[in-house]
Design a protein around this ligand. Structure first.
Ligand SMILES: Cc1cc2nc3c(=O)[nH]c(=O)nc-3n(C[C@H](O)[C@H](O)[C@H](O)COP(=O)(O)OP(=O)(O)OC[C@H]3O[C@@H](n4cnc5c(N)ncnc54)[C@H](O)[C@@H]3O)c2cc1C
Length: 331
């Protein structure tokens, strides 16, 4: 939280435009956090504006047109193609927020948002709320201690900067009209930071944050070779593989797949947890899944408390049977 306090009240700020910033890749979490964006603009009686930054990003801006924003601002420059938080994207967001007289500047709480938005808050001398899951009046709600406590945050600065926990919201619905796109010229300063490369894991399967089905394995998998079972259960659904931190820390699977408080936040239609006990830090990353299936040989395992379907069984017997059934169904 930035400590600068401005004397202006929130009522005086009511007429201001609400700006919502999103990255150039539109992911499902982006559309989820737009649901929150609408909620904030209604709460403050403010306009909903989106900002798209990039190079040749016209098509990204166009893809956001059906979702009810009053205006979509587009800032393009060859130096904005990749995100560097310090001066380029951070600078652009700050300048647009000032020009629009924003009351709230928000972004999905992914790795980019977590890097970028604190810098934006610093530049704007704004109070910051992180991992927001909802609003109560004009206050913001976030989870603490892996979801065991709900905090209600009042922000006293005229502008609030926030990161939004997309998994807490459903996807925004199109409203049937197209938002106008407005190109803005913002000069991009020279920086000492240069984007060199991003090394992403290449996989035929979707990312766990994007998939409709995620199948995760934990310490109960006993070793890396057994993650083949998780893959075989995932593939008939066209889903993603996930893992608990215990499996990641054991070196059985890359940390790109870790689900939980310090991993990825997922909310698929179906989440299957095999050999995962259900520690609060794991639940923090998947408890918003629509249907949760747990396979564990210990009937006291905490994962069963949040599972919609629980199978007390040895996963080395149950999972091959499930794969066999799915393969028969597919024939
Ligand atoms: C600050 C912090 C952050 C953390 N962040 C995360 C995070 O992001 N994600 C995360 O996952 N964890 C996280 N953790 C770790 C978390 O506390 C747990 O240690 C971890 O989730 C346990 O993983 P697990 O369930 O795979 O292992 P365990 O807790 O050891 O559970 C293994 C389960 O497998 C079952 N099992 C064993 N054999 C079989 C079998 N043959 N058939 C069926 N079931 C079987 C057992 O009954 C047991 O329930 C974090 C911890 C801390 C302190």
């Amino acid at each position: 939280m930035y400590l600068a306090y401005h004397e202006e009240t929130k009522d005086e700020a009511q007429h201001r435009i609400w700006t919502f910033y999103e990255a150039i890749n539109i992911k499902s979490a982006t559309l989820n956090s737009l649901t929150f964006a609408r909620q904030v603009s209604e709460t403050f009686g403010a306009k909903l504006c989106l900002l798209v930054i990039g190079n040749n990003a016209q098509s990204i801006a166009a893809s956001l047109q059906p979702y009810g924003a009053d205006t979509i601002y587009l800032v393009e420059d060859k130096n904005l193609e990749k995100c560097t938080a310090e001066k380029t994207w951070g600078h652009v967001i700050t300048e647009v927020a000032k020009q629009c007289d924003a009351v709230f500047v928000g972004m999905n709480s992914g790795t980019t948002g977590r890097n970028l938005m604190p810098r934006v808050a610093g530049k704007l001398r704004a109070g910051m709320v992180t991992d927001v899951i909802g609003m109560e009046g004009r206050d913001y709600i976030r989870e603490m201690w892996a979801g065991n406590v709900l905090a209600t945050l009042e922000v006293k600065t005229p502008i609030t900067v926030g990161t939004i926990q997309g998994t807490a919201f459903s996807k925004v619905e199109p409203i049937g009209t197209e938002s106008p796109i407005k190109q803005l010229e913002i000069s991009v300063p020279e920086t000492k930071t240069r984007f060199i490369e991003i090394r992403e894991t290449v996989s035929d399967r979707p990312d766990p944050t994007e998939a409709c089905v995620v199948v995760s394995g934990g310490r109960g998998m006993k070793g890396p070779e057994n993650f083949k079972l998780i893959e075989d259960l995932t593939d008939p659904f066209g889903g993603a593989v996930g893992a608990s931190r215990a499996a990641v820390d054991a070196g059985w699977i890359s940390n790109d797949f870790q689900v939980g408080q310090t991993g990825k936040m997922v909310a698929p239609d179906l989440y299957i947890a095999a050999g995962i006990s259900g520690a609060i830090q794991h639940l923090a990353g998947m408890k918003n899944s629509k249907v949760i299936v747990a396979i564990n040989k210990d009937e006291e395992a905490p994962i069963f408390q949040i599972a919609d379907y629980g199978l007390v069984a040895d996963l080395f017997k149950a999972v091959p049977e499930m794969i066999e059934t799915l393969e028969k169904e597919a024939l």
